[in-house]
Write a protein that binds this ligand. Structure first.
Ligand SMILES: [Mn+2]
Length: 440
């Protein structure tokens, strides 16, 4: 059987903006690609909708895009197995099996847009359950079991996985669908961010597909890294006597079909679909034929004046736009480093750049300058150390100094502000700042 795989379609993304049609166009392309590749079934790993309560326009466009699946055909039969009970599922065209993501789940009691799609017969939405996909009869009969677990809060994910304990079915191909973070892919180790690691995944699945992380990636699980540094597969001798030899598991981050935030990793790979052949175990990727190019550029400046900062930013963008593309590309510039003393990020006026490129690119520029150069910060700290100031005093002096370099100028009662911050009265501190700014 051939399985078409895609994820994170984020339908309705940028609804009020320039890219309002992109999520639907890309879903339509993904479905067409799957049909053209002869997929018997499609799977969608969550974040189908961008918002928990999509607008009627979004629902309308979603129904229209999902209806394309009816133009294909499939001969599989589907049944749902949940909590020991088995029920038959109907579909038209090529079925789309979907789990929910963190963007669309509203709790057990509330129906979501995915429930609506399910009832309309456009997708088959399931959670903490298995869908048995059967094709052919007699000796030619093929069976695929798709195990799906929609997004759960990251903090609970490990416990839920252990409790759910979905076992691969012997004699069938087994695929698992998830929508979680995995420690191996996250920059910080925090239980609010991820509790699952690849080692926690169950054994015996041919393919485990995860949504949520928007860049595509593929790993082989069930391998040992030996002391010689080489990767070896699990050998039959590694498994206990009498047990079946371990099945090689492919772990796939499906990646999103649309870029919702332009991250560096996401820009390195095109958006597309994957096709998994359950017989050969082959997994291939196909890019969406019509997609927006993405550029991520970091621009590091040192003690720059506003003119230099603007000029260099413009040059970076112009360089990205050397080759023409059918869709306006996304260009993200992350400006870093430092500005000259007395110049604040707001002095770097990018309005001209936005105007100049508005017809050719969708720009996103961030000004992450540190207020003062790192070197100078260290020098300041050394000075303070010499003075043997108390930590609180040191903090106050740093705050006064940093404030004097912002456009707050000489005004703020730094002592009062620092006192509030020290007491963790952030709201009051903000109030103090904004009340004063308003009067300026
Ligand atoms: Mn997502």
């Amino acid at each position: 059987m051939k399985v078409g795989i895609f994820s994170d379609t984020h339908l309705g993304f940028d609804e009020k903006g320039e890219r309002s049609q992109e999520s639907f166009d890309n879903l339509a392309q993904a479905i067409r690609l799957c049909i053209d590749e002869g997929a018997d079934v499609m799977v969608l790993c969550g974040d189908v909708f961008d918002a928990p309560v999509p607008s009627h326009n979004t629902l309308y466009n979603a129904v229209r895009a999902f209806s394309l699946a009816k133009e294909g055909s499939s001969s599989v039969s589907l049944s749902l197995k949940k909590e020991g009970e088995k029920s038959f599922l109907s579909y038209s065209g090529v079925p789309i099996l979907a789990i929910h993501g963190n963007h669309e789940y509203l709790g057990k009691e509330t129906k979501t847009a995915l429930d609506v799609m399910h009832l309309a017969g456009l997708v088959t939405y399931f959670h903490a359950a298995e869908i048995i996909v059967e094709k052919g009869i007699g000796n030619a009969k093929e069976e695929l079991v798709v195990h799906g677990l929609g997004a759960v809060p990251e903090k609970k994910a490990l416990a839920v996985m252990q409790q759910w304990k979905s076992e691969p079915v012997a004699g069938a191909a087994n695929i698992m669908l998830l929508h979680q973070s995995f420690k191996e892919f996250m920059a910080i180790d925090d239980e609010m961010v991820a509790t699952l690691s690849l080692d926690d995944l169950p054994k015996g699945f041919g393919l485990i597909v995860n949504g949520h992380l928007h860049w595509a990636n593929r790993q082989e699980l069930g391998q040992h890294r030996h002391s010689d540094g080489e990767i070896h597969g699990v050998h039959a001798t590694d498994t206990p006597k009498g047990a079946e030899p371990a099945v090689k598991t492919i772990f796939l981050l499906a990646g999103s079909t649309i870029a919702t935030s332009i991250k560096k990793l996401e820009c390195e790979y095109p958006k597309g679909i994957h096709i998994f052949d359950t017989t050969s175990g082959a997994l291939s990727f196909m890019p969406l034929p019509r997609q927006r190019k993405m550029f991520y550029r970091q621009l590091t400046l040192r003690e720059a004046d506003s003119e230099t900062a603007t000029r260099e930013c413009r040059a970076v963008i112009a360089q990205c736009l050397q080759t023409e593309t059918p869709l306006k590309p996304l260009v993200r510039v992350n400006m870093k480093g430092s500005l000259k003393r007395g110049i604040s990020p707001s002095d770097v006026n990018l309005a001209g750049i936005f105007e100049e490129f508005s017809g050719r690119a969708i720009l996103s520029i961030s000004k992450n300058f540190s207020a003062i150069d790192f070197k100078r910060k260290i020098a300041d700290l050394r000075e303070m150390q010499k003075l043997r100031l108390s930590v609180a005093q040191m903090g106050l002096e740093m705050l006064e100094k940093n404030l004097s370099e912002t456009d707050f100028g000489e005004w703020p009662p730094a002592k009062e502000l620092f006192g509030l911050l020290e007491e963790e009265e952030v709201d009051k501190a903000m109030q103090l700042l904004t009340s004063q700014r308003g009067g300026k």
